[in-house]
Design a protein around this ligand. Structure first.
Ligand code: COI
Length: 362
């Protein structure tokens, strides 16, 4: 199936009233509200992709024996739609999300959704739910494509039936404090992903495994959990739901290299490009926790930040762990962090020219 196969459009007979939608758009939070429609496309080993639809948002009916419910055969993506001053709606580097979803599908033995169908599914959904894209500063529509194995079969093998969906909803800042600096919690008893595992795939299981340490982080006043590599528990990998960067005092921007257990973030990639454009040296390499700890106290590490589609770029000013605190929880956000963040969001919202051709109109 290609995009020349039309999507069937089934409009909601009971859409949210304009008044209720405007109330939601005024304070959307993150991941709490959803637009009136969703996309679904089915897949089977015999037919490939079929029955592409835009349909009213609502519960899925799946058999209790579906593989996703037992073996976690599931993948997802996250991207945003931004409203520009002229009312048009754009998304950011969707081809990278499409490619990552194909890599995730490959790793999870799910079917690979072609790039054109992925992009078309976003366009179809946004064309019916454009009114859900907010326009206030720092707001957007968060789009969540995902795929599940829905074959009714309890044997442990790759499913022969799957479904792809796209849901979306208005979004403000991911963290409760908005763009303000956060503290993170070092997981000392847990790892996120091991070599040869699924760490580079965006699959639900990686996030499920992060929830217990994430609870520990919240209990200690931290917004995210920091994972070290699983084999030596020595090198920074990523946070529960986002990548991590450090900025050295000489301006070098450093992020953990993609070892196979780290998610290749679209924001991560874009920040490296923007930093290079400004003449910063950018390194993808191992960063030991010792380098971070010592750098924080002797000033060699000037800034630390988290990044991801949902979080954008969030300054990190303190790292806590069992019995220790590094940094200062009341410190201001790093200068380079905030200025790269401004440039990135200025491109996304159309405030400055899109010199790399990163935007796609929806
Ligand atoms: C995203 O940034 O889009 C993610 O999928 C991460 C999640 C913490 C919301």
């Amino acid at each position: 199936m290609t995009t020349s196969t039309p999507f069937t459009i089934k409009l909601s007979t009971n859409p949210t009233s304009q008044e209720n939608r405007e109330t939601i758009l005024a304070t959307p939070g993150f991941g709490k509200y959803f637009s009136d429609h969703m996309v679904s496309i089915d897949w089977s080993i015999e037919r490939g992709w079929f029955d592409a639809e835009v349909r009213p948002y609502g519960p899925l009916s799946i058999d209790p024996a579906s593989s996703v419910l037992h073996y976690g055969q599931e993948i997802f993506e996250g991207l945003k739609a931004y409203r520009h001053a002229d009312g048009s709606v754009w998304t950011f580097r969707p081809e990278l999300n499409a490619a990552r979803m194909m890599r995730s599908a490959h790793r999870l033995a799910l079917p690979e959704l072609p790039l054109d169908l992925f992009i078309e599914s976003l366009k179809q959904l946004v064309s019916v739910d454009k009114a859900w894209v907010p326009s206030a500063p720092e707001t957007s529509m968060y789009i969540r494509p995902f795929m599940i194995a829905n074959e009714t079969f309890l044997g442990v093998r790759a499913a022969e039936r799957a479904a792809y969906y796209v849901i979306a909803g208005p979004a403000g800042a991911y963290f409760a404090k908005g763009v303000a600096p956060v503290s993170i919690w070092l997981a000392t008893d847990f790892a996120r992903a091991a070599s040869g595992g699924t760490g580079a795939a965006k699959c639900g299981g990686n996030y499920a495994g992060s929830l217990l340490p994430q609870k520990e982080a919240y209990a200690n006043g931290c917004s995210q959990v920091l994972f070290l590599d699983a084999s030596e528990m020595k090198y920074l990998e990523e946070l529960g739901g986002m990548n991590v960067f450090i900025v050295l005092k000489n301006g070098t921007v450093v992020t953990p290299s993609l070892t196979g257990s780290i998610l290749e973030g679209v924001t991560r990639e874009s920040i490296m490009q923007l930093a290079r454009d400004r003449g910063h040296k950018v390194e993808e390499r191992k960063i030991s926790f010792d380098e971070l700890r010592d750098g924080f106290s002797n000033g060699d590490v000037a800034e630390v930040f988290a990044c991801g589609t949902a979080a954008v770029m969030t300054p990190i000013v303190a790292i806590k762990g069992p019995g220790f605190v590094i940094g200062d929880e009341s410190a201001p956000a790093g200068e380079l962090t905030m200025s790269l963040r401004q440039e990135l969001t200025d491109i996304q919202y159309g405030h400055i020219p899109d010199r790399h051709g990163w935007l796609t109109q929806l």
